[in-house]
Design a protein around this ligand. Sequence first.
Ligand SMILES: Nc1ncnc2c1ncn2[C@@H]1O[C@H](COP(=O)(O)OP(=O)(O)OP(=O)(O)O)[C@@H](O)[C@H]1O
Length: 531
Amino acid sequence: MKKIILIHWKDNLCVLFFISLVSISSIVSTLMLSSILDALIKFDWNQFLNYTFLLIVANIFLLFFLYFQIKYINKTIQKMSNYLRYQIINRIAKMSPLEFKKQTIGSYTSRLINDTNQIEQIAFEKFYELFAGVITLIFSLVTLFLIHWSLFLLVLVESIFLIQLPRLLNKKLKKATLSVTSQNEVCTSTTTQLLSGYSTFYNFKNSPYFVEKIKKEFLILANKKNSQYHLVALVAVLGGVSNIVGQITAFSMSGYLAFRQIIPIGIIWTVSNLSAKIFNLVGSSSQNISSIQSVAPLFENINNFIFSVNDADHENYPIDKIGSGIILKNTGYSYDKKNFLFRNINYHFQPNGKYAVIGKSGSGKSTLLNILNNNLSDYEGSIVLNDIELNTISKDSVLDFILYIDQNPYILEGSIRENIVLGDCFDDEEIKEVLKQVQLSQFANNLDFSLKESGNNVSGGQRQRIALARGLIRNKKIILLDESTSSLDKETAYEIENLILSMDDITVIMVNHNLTPLIKEKLDGILNLSE
Ligand SMILES: Nc1ncnc2c1ncn2[C@@H]1O[C@H](COP(=O)(O)OP(=O)(O)OP(=O)(O)O)[C@@H](O)[C@H]1O
């Protein structure tokens, strides 16, 4: 938190400036009230009018500065919260697909939304309350000192005692907040997972199952929040008791000083007002400190995530052609370094050749495509692409070269144009050309056609063609198809496979369970991982 505040030091300086002006105007306004009271006691009409006028001026300034204080505090909070969110999303963007899959989408969403919202509401908002409180406290104590040193000393000693009290519950409160955070994460993750299987539950008439599961997690969350707020309430009560005691003693002391004619009677008003302000601030400050400290684990969690080390990338040997193809020599793979899915595979995928990878379920077909896509580099033996060992080529360089398509290509909610360019720059003519190439001519004349979430308003075959168009427009030279047509009807599957296999200057490696004789005819070779 300190780091974020220092990074935004200019904004925070601006906030400090307005907070100070608000505090000063508020104290001046209180002093004017005391002077008005004194003028009344003395029956001095002129002084009464003068101080009343000054009181009005002080209050106008107070409101004016208050407006800017609220505005700049919110602006700074938004800047700092978004800074955190950008850091998280930038870290996610650096992940390889395999690293990304180590956590659920729900946990990323929760970190990005729940955790940062909690930090915004608990840490940042409370920090500025505390900040404003400390500034007002300093000005108020200085004013008390100027009135009489004994008042300053009394209020200072009581304030120090008051601030210590709620700390007794700090550790418990921290633990409770952490527990709420992790349950929040569970709720987001469970809800995302179960809702993504909505149609499965519906088809099995099993919707109550996911309703009950989600309800259960939210019930646990509610209980954890209740425990957290039980502690928050205790902290508030502890603060309240010492606040009342403090105010009564300060008031009695100023009464005594006025009685002994050491201070004017009217100033009792100021002392009573300032001591109430100080004790309220100290009371709320200790609550604010507890709240801010309670989100420290969230900062730590986000910090660990942002600064976690990326999966190491390989040396950057750029490749711009497939050269002699892809050569597998004694290649093997095991996830646990004990049980090998396949071993001693020797195979040559010739440049521009068309190949199928087959084998029993679990024999490692998708794993092999993941290796070729440079996502898994700890393979045994050798895989050479354009005369360079695959696991020494940088991931970035391989991504320029290889197009990977699975059963469910991702569709962005947006136009067909956006879905093809995905943020890159291509002109409309290029997009139209590639859409015709993948036999999506109907969209070539309507690049603004809107695709719905998950591509719900286009067919499975069209989704595959869109994925293909994304690769072709980027001139990818190797296409890896991971059972990409297995969810399509036979006719559409054949059309798409035929389209891909008829592309001359592209190497195709497809994992396919149902190789039809017509497709087999078009292949240059079949690699069977179960042999
Ligand atoms: N990230 C992973 N960590 C550990 N084991 C994994 C991982 N991914 C896959 N496996 C395991 O490796 C084995 C091979 O999986 P893979 O998906 O490559 O097989 P496949 O031949 O494509 O199977 P299928 O034909 O059923 O799709 C499976 O037993 C799977 O559980």
